[in-house]
Each structure stands twice: as structure tokens, then as C-alpha cells.
Design a protein around this ligand. Structure first.
Ligand code: SF4
Ligand code: SF4
Length: 381
């Protein structure tokens, strides 16, 4: 089938998120990777990834994010970037920076990498290294931030904001300015994966959020159009309408996990659905025909009040994973919505923010991966 054909009115995926490994040197307690990491034992080979990239591009995908875990841990990253660029993808590396060196960034530049998004855990070494549970990671991130500029990439930073660092948001903005960042996402954590497990520790109070937002607005007012653009993302737990999750299930985004599972969003594996694997099906067949991808397309699955709601084209009933995590039923209206009969769940959670947690903080664990067949990196000096 030719590119851009849309069987049954289904639009092709535009964004491909390639989670090339769940391995990561950091252990962030808010990591969105699955709590159950068994997939790390069965990573896709280089040839598998080439096939995925080719098929996604043939279907019309244009944006590609290399993510993880820490994608720098795959020695074939440069090869995959170069392959993706030849196919015509715009390529983005989403990284903690741990494992990056000047040699490596030079090779990635040569391979045609378009964009790097560097994450920080906080604005100082003590809190940064404590949250990531790795010593000297802050120092390393500062070095990488300089290399990102030196190699003429736009400087795009991501700070995960939690109850542990929200009081330091002004320091975060000052550091971003010092590093000459162009765009900075101040992203309060969304509660999936490890973040869901650790929510009692991570969820800021409403007062903390309001204070942080006021600080961001004051900072912006003093910038006089100069310095980084700050984007402040509040957790939807405090909202009255859900996010338009993935721009609608199976409309735009496609995620491939390290073991080859194809998902409409990166956390969908928690749902009681069976998801297909690219090892034994083509992406085209999966996207257009698989039961799981078709399951929440359109509005025929919707319960009341979504089914008759005049906002259903805006938010598609919210996030299926959130509905499942918070109500035990993936078909329910996202409880973030004030029209949901389950909205009281949100209040009972947010009312407890700031209370003493009932269980210990869990750092993200990771098991060792079984080596996979990788194409050796021939660009190495
Ligand atoms: S959130 Fe932290 S632990 Fe998870 S992949 Fe990113 S850097 Fe690694
Ligand atoms: S009822 Fe459903 S469709 Fe309407 S605003 Fe709430 S989540 Fe969105």
C-alpha cells in the first residue's frame, strides 16, 4: 500500500518513539518505564530496528524519538540515527546525558542527529544526584549541556519537577539561563510506571504548585523576551479536564518498546489488552488492523458522560492508562474530569499530598539485559 493511504479512515502514525533499551545508569523514582522490567531481557537487534524504521517511514511517520531507558547505552545508536536520517526522519535523542562523550556527540552529529533533549533531576549536584541515585551525574550533565551548544544543537532541557525539587524552581530557571538553554520544560511528573508507585513522595501540594507557577511567571516577566522559553507543565491530578492523551488513541503516536511490542502510548502495556510485536507482524498490519490499536479509536467505546459530551473531540475521554490505574477499569472516563463519577478519587489523592508517605521511596531498578545482535559501530575512531 502506498504512503498516506488511510484504510477505514485511520490516519498513519506521524511520531515514532523508539524505546531502544530500558537499561539506564540512573534510577529515578519517577521513571515512566514499566515497574516490571522483564522486557530488558529481550532487546531488539539492529536489523529489527532498521525494519521498524523503514516500515514506519513508508507509512508516513516523520518524527522519530530515540528514547529509553538511556539510548546512549546502545552501541548501534549512531548507526540507527544515520539510517533514520537516510530514510528522511527528523531525529531526536532523549537522554540523561550519562554515557555521552565528545567523541560520541561528534559521531551523532556526523550521523545526522537533528535534536537532543537533555534531562536534569535538579539545579544542584546534591538534589540531582540524590534523585537519580547516581553520584557525579550533575557534573556530567553540565559537561554535556556545554557540548550540546558547542555542536550547534538547540539547547532543550527537561527538568522533572516533584515535591523534592519544586521549591528550587527559581534555581532551575537560573541554571537554564546560565547554560544558554533555548527551551526548558519544567514538567511536573505524571503518575505512571515508577512515578505511580512513588506518588506519595512525589506529588506536590496545590500550594507548592501555585507558588512554583507564580515564580515561573515572575521570572518570565523579568526576561524581557530574552533567555530560555520556559514551559511549565502541571500534573493533571489538579486539573478538571483530562489531557488529550496521545492526541487520541492510535491517531498520531506509535511506540515500540525494547522487546518489540507496538503500543499506542508508552505506558499502554499496563492495560489488560494483548499488544502485538514487530518481530512477527508488519507495522502496517499492526497499526491498521490490530485489535488493541482499534480498540479505543473513535468514540464507540466511550461510556457516559463522554459518549454524549460536547468536549469529546477535544480530549477523547482522557487517558486510558490513568482510568485503569485509578479506577481499575480502562473503559471509564478519566477521573481527572470533573464530569466523571470517579472524580472524587482525584480529590482524595491530592488532599493527601504533603502527608507523611506510608511506604519507602523506591528507586527504579533494572535487571541486566541479555546481549543482542548489534551491528558494530564502524564510525569509531
Ligand atoms: S527517568 Fe531516570 S531512570 Fe528513567 S530512563 Fe530517564 S534517566 Fe533513566
Ligand atoms: S466527560 Fe469525557 S469527553 Fe467530556 S470533558 Fe470529561 S473526559 Fe472529556
Amino acid at each position: 500500500m502506498a504512503t498516506n493511504e488511510t484504510p477505514n479512515g485511520i490516519t498513519p502514525p506521524l511520531w515514532l518513539l523508539a524505546e531502544i533499551t530500558y537499561q539506564c545508569p540512573l534510577h529515578c523514582p519517577y521513571c515512566s518505564n514499566p515497574v516490571n522490567m522483564e522486557e530488558t531481557h529481550n532487546e531488539l537487534s539492529t536489523e529489527h530496528w532498521e525494519r521498524v524504521l523503514k516500515q514506519a517511514r513508508d507509512m508516513g511517520a516523520v518524527q522519530l524519538g530515540f528514547s529509553g531507558g538511556e539510548p546512549l547505552l546502545r552501541p548501534d545508536l549512531e548507526h540507527l540515527v544515520s539510517y533514520a536520517r537516510e530514510l528522511g526522519f527528523y531525529t531526536n535523542l532523549i537522554t540523561s546525558g550519562i554515557g555521552m562523550t565528545e567523541k560520541r556527540i561528534a559521531r551523532l552529529k556526523e550521523a545526522g542527529l537533528d535534536h537532543i533533549q537533555l534531562s536534569f533531576q535538579a539545579a544542584n549536584a546534591e538534589v540531582n544526584d540524590l534523585i537519580g541515585n547516581k553520584r557525579h551525574s550533575f557534573e556530567q550533565k553540565l559537561k554535556i549541556a556545554k557540548l550540546v551548544k558547542q555542536y550547534a544543537y538547540p539547547m532543550v532541557l527537561n527538568f522533572c519537577i516533584t515535591a523534592q525539587n519544586i521549591h528550587e524552581i527559581e534555581e532551575v530557571m537560573a541554571l537554564s539561563e546560565q547554560l544558554n538553554a533555548d527551551f526548558v520544560e519544567l514538567a511536573t511528573v505524571q503518575y505512571y510506571g515508577w512515578a505511580y508507585e512513588n506518588r506519595e513522595h512525589l506529588l506536590p501540594t496545590s500550594a507548592q504548585l501555585q507558588d512554583a507557577e507564580a515564580k515561573v511567571n515572575r521570572y518570565r516577566a523579568h526576561q524581557a523576551g530574552e533567555g530560555p522559553t520556559f514551559i511549565f507543565v502541571t500534573p493533571d491530578y489538579y486539573e478538571t479536564r483530562p489531557k488529550a492523551c496521545m492526541n487520541g488513541w492510535g491517531t498520531t503516536f506509535l511506540t515500540i518498546t525494547p522487546d518489540g511490542s507496538a503500543l499506542p502510548c508508552h505506558s499502554a502495556k499496563i492495560l489488560p489488552l494483548t499488544f502485538p510485536n514487530i518481530k512477527n507482524r508488519s507495522l502496517q498490519d499492526i497499526w491498521y488492523n490490530d485489535f488493541s490499536f482499534n480498540h479505543f479509536r473513535g468514540d464507540s467505546w466511550m461510556p457516559l458522560p463522554c459518549k454524549t459530551c460536547d468536549e469529546k473531540e477535544k480530549d477523547f475521554g482522557g487517558c486510558r492508562c490513568q482510568a485503569y490505574l485509578l479506577t481499575g477499569d480502562m473503559y471509564k472516563t478519566d477521573p481527572v474530569c470533573s464530569k466523571s463519577p470517579d472524580h472524587h478519587v482525584m480529590k482524595s489523592i491530592t488532599d493527601k499530598a504533603g502527608d507523611k508517605p506510608t511506604k519507602a521511596l523506591q528507586y527504579r531498578k533494572v535487571e541486566r539485559a541479555i546481549p543482542v545482535k548489534l551491528i558494530p559501530d564502524t564510525t569509531k575512531a
